[in-house]
Design a protein around this ligand. Structure first.
Ligand SMILES: O=C(O)CCC(=O)C(=O)O
Ligand SMILES: [Fe+2]
Length: 285
């Protein structure tokens, strides 16, 4: 039977798309080794600076400071960001070209556990509920999405929970109670109606509409190694910590990459070069 719905419609209607076995075999092992290589260094630095403090994610696995000893893992991460298996689905949803934004690595906490907070990412970029509702209404009307996250599980994991069909409408009273009421003090409670846990096998990926209701789970006994690639539409540059990656302007940063990856990152560097230089100057470097 023909698949009845386009990825574009699936995203805007149901809000999430599952991609089985985007990477497998040797390639998957290489990507996992590359991300864990950075994780090991990040953990060492984090524990030195913040002893006994948990973390469940960090950004910028492609920062050249993690790759001074060799370029193999750096190249693996950079090639994955620009890989057509990741860009294809993302650009289908954007209905146009993408621009790289950032990498994150989600890992299980080591010392304690917590249930994630139900949220819509739109709540983090608006000052109150009214502003959030206005922003969402505009995005629903114009069918725009400001950014997308392509999560690739590098080991089996089902920490992400999503409420299907919640990305293109506002909260029901039950949903609103959990997400927002009493100063968001209920947002880690169970009982979200119709919540779906997304079971990923190593190598599977998921894209979900970040304006829909979702949360992660951060339990120390549930192993997680999930690489998250974030992209924006090419014409929606965003200047912040995520896009601030001046190391990519450093000498030789694109050496040895495929022509396709060089082209993709050249576009990223061209888009943000001025921003990086200005932020460097204002930081007094
Ligand atoms: O994958 C997760 O743990 C949640 C990620 C998330 O909600 C986010 O990055 O906004
Ligand atoms: Fe989120």
């Amino acid at each position: 039977m023909l698949q009845s719905k386009s990825a574009y419609d699936q995203f805007f209607e149901e809000g999430y798309i599952f991609f089985p076995q985007v990477f497998k075999g040797e390639e998957l092992s290489r990507l996992r080794a590359a991300c864990n290589y950075v994780l090991e260094q990040f953990t060492e630095e984090h524990d030195r600076l913040n002893p006994n403090i948990d973390f469940n994610s960090f950004r910028h696995l492609n920062d050249t400071r993690w790759h001074r000893e060799g370029r193999e893992h750096y190249k693996t991460i950079m090639e994955t960001i620009a890989d057509p298996r990741c860009l294809g689905p993302v650009e289908q949803i954007f209905a146009g070209p993408s621009l790289f934004r950032s990498t994150s690595y989600f890992v299980n906490q080591r010392f304690g556990s917590k249930n994630g907070n139900w949220h819509r990412d739109s709540q983090f970029v608006t000052k109150d509920e009214q502003e959030e509702q206005e922003m969402l209404s505009k995005q629903w009307k114009e069918k725009i999405v400001l950014g997308l996250q392509f999560q690739i599980a590098l080991i089996d994991n089902d920490d992400v929970e999503y409420v299907p069909y919640s990305g293109n409408r506002y909260d029901s009273p039950e949903e609103r109670y959990i997400r927002l009421s009493d100063n968001k003090t209920h947002n880690d409670e169970d009982g979200m109606p119709n919540a779906l846990r997304v079971p990923l096998k190593a190598g599977d990926a998921v894209i979900f509409n970040p304006n829909g209701l979702h949360r992660g789970r951060y339990h120390k006994e549930i192993p997680r190694r999930t690489l998250m690639l974030t992209y924006t539409p090419l014409d929606m540059k965003t200047y912040d910590y995520y896009s601030n990656q001046p190391w990519l302007e450093g000498p030789g940063a694109l050496d040895g990459l495929s022509l396709r990856a060089v082209a993709y990152f050249t576009q990223f560097i061209d888009a943000y070069r001025d921003f990086w230089r200005t932020s460097k100057e204002s930081a007094g470097n």
